[in-house]
Design a protein around this ligand. Sequence first.
Ligand SMILES: [Zn+2]
Ligand SMILES: [Zn+2]
Length: 318
Amino acid sequence: MRALTLENHLQFQANHAQPRSGDGECLVRVRLAGICATDLQLVNGYMRFRGILGHEFVGVVESGSSSWQGKRVVCEINCVCRACDMCLSGLANHCRKRTVLGIDGRDGCFADFICVPEANLHEVPDALTDEQAVFVEPLAAAYQTLSQYPFGPKTKATVIGSGRLGLLVTQVLATTGCKLTVIGRNEVKLSLAEKRGVQAVHVDELVCRGDHDVVVECTGSPAGFDLATRLVRPRGSIVLKSTYAGEQGVNLASVVVNEITVLGSRCGLFSEALDALVREAVEVRSMITRTFPIDQAMEAMASAARPEHLKVLLDMRK
Ligand SMILES: [Zn+2]
Ligand SMILES: [Zn+2]
């Protein structure tokens, strides 16, 4: 099968061995996959990952359990033991023995086929296109923000970063009716937020008054964190929503002086993301800037790293 692998370097392989599903697993034929910032960080050494990249996808179950066969699915990325203290306390995403698709100890979805635990699958409603369903994983992560902070109409909230994750988080927060601003550098991307009725501000035109209740940092950079500490009010909260690779030289003094709550935020519920897409509470199609056939996966990864691009997809359907 075709696959994009990361060993000592990134490589497209036209004849990679097809995976075989183990107990409780299904073999899924991947239809469409999304490239995210984490994939780009992995190539730069994050998690020291080796194997097939990719964790955002929609596909059709090829073999495994008969109840899933032929169904179009999306798949949660954390593969868990269901027996450790975290799993037993209902925090399976923090399983101490977990592997994570295309990120930690398990092959990912930038390939024609992937093996995944049956328990991780969610059927995709017919109302959704592949191009919408491929956003379920990052959209679920965006929804996780709502489960960690009580956003409401009175909340003054800011999203830092108008990239693929920032724009998803922006749309999700907008559904709460909070007073929302998104901060970015790219006028085209900021205009996508404005089209959804969200105030968009270029970072160069920003005035920091230290009066925001909550700031969601979606750039994964020390500069983004620093900006968040200047925007947030005393006793406010900062949500870190991006992948932070390597050591971050951040100044924590203002976190202490202003008694800021810093919240890490990762994966969320797929059911919420599927429901939001079906209700059209969140619009994702305008975020797709390029789709490449899997054979051009190397070019696709290079494109995804360029600032003018939002979501770049890999197409395995042909
Ligand atoms: Zn991702
Ligand atoms: Zn566990």
